[in-house]
Design a protein around this ligand. Sequence first.
Ligand code: CMC
Length: 430
Amino acid sequence: MSETVKLIVEGQEYEFPVITGTEGEKAIDISKLRDLTGHITLDIGFKNTGSTKSAITFLDGEEGILHHRGYSIEDLAEHASFLEVSYLLLYGKLPNATEYAEFQSAIREHTLANEGLEAMFKAFPTGSHPMGQLSSMVAALGLYYPKALNPHRSEEAINRTIIRLMAKMPTICAMIYKKRNGHPTVYPKNSLDYVANYLNMTFGQVTMPEYEPDPVLVSAMNKLLILHADHEQNCSASTVRVVGSSQSNLYSSISAGISALWGPLHGGANQEVLEMLEQIQNDGGDVQKWINKAKDKNDPFRLMGFGHRVYKNFDPRAKIIKKACDDVLAKLGVNDPVLEIAKQLEEAALTDPYFVERKLFPNVDFYSGIIYRAMGFPTDFFTVLFSMGRLPGWISQWQEMRKEKQPIARPRQIYTGETPRAYVHMKDRD
Ligand code: CMC
């Protein structure tokens, strides 16, 4: 017999089904709650609310588990390439050799971005944040493919849009980097793989065609992209689904996801981590002073890169990335004073009862920022790299939402404003 729960509302008993996921997760299905009882649920910040069923990513915050389509993040980060993981997220299975070759070659065919996009950079004020540029550029990219704005096209046409987005994202990210430096863009070099091509477009020069991306950086970047590829119903993935649920097109849904990721409590934390470390260093390097500030409830300062909404023991991505971070720093021979501060902060926070009791430990953004800095990326570019990694996740969330014909997202509310009152003419107002 299937499990149910009973709810007594104003003296009357109602029964609601319990839904069990393949990993044993349980949810009370309250989709009929309002019809039956006239009540809604209130869950500000959706801390207890499942917004969808999903077969893409499984995450157990208590145990520190992250699986994509059943494969552990540890295995994927160790053995797979970013494009393999992207294929897995997008199409539900790891590609065989033929499928992988076809996927790579389809992406290679679409790496060029329309030259018209170059003109948009002239309109951005000097110093514009790269995430604002990226969100605008991805929305603008869609305008070059007007037919793709219709989400009801054939699966083949939708897949072409997916491939275009995957292919042009690194090109656009690299263009943003080049334009802010006032340098000419480096065109895609399709003999390189996805990650090396991106690094070439970013750090290569048109005057230096012999530039070869360092394999250590290619491998670290590959790992970072994999670790960011999807994270189930987080703020930006939910945004992509919510925007997509109005049957808005894929480009604008992804552009909205990029905007959501930009925030410092989400992907923007990787930029904030480095800025915080620099601030502590410029302030004399007294780590304890900043820990005390983070603990002070009257002080808005938080330790950026610490804590997570769902991971309450450890962030499995942080474990993998910490090792990658150590490898990259050792191989590049980086000797950066902010890293010393990062180490002290990590140590102090992991032993301080305030952080221990609240289960606040370094998250993925704490280490990713450190690696990106060592690789030579400017601080405000870190979240762009996160976006590149998250793209296949966002697309697969959008695809699942679309294929399952999910209704338009439209939460309810509890109104706490004024009750009805008569209009007061201006001459009679206080
Ligand atoms: N520094 C100091 N105190 C903190 C921190 C922090 N980084 N994070 C949480 N707390 C405290 C918070 O003040 C609260 O204390 P109390 O119970 O005494 O009121 C308690 O810990 C619980 O915090 P919360 O804000 O209710 O937790 P949340 O689940 O709503 O927020 C979070 C999660 C990630 C937004 C938060 O931990 C935070 O702001 N961290 C810093 C930003 C950051 O690193 N974000 C990146 C997250 S990982 C990348 C991603 O997936 O987006």
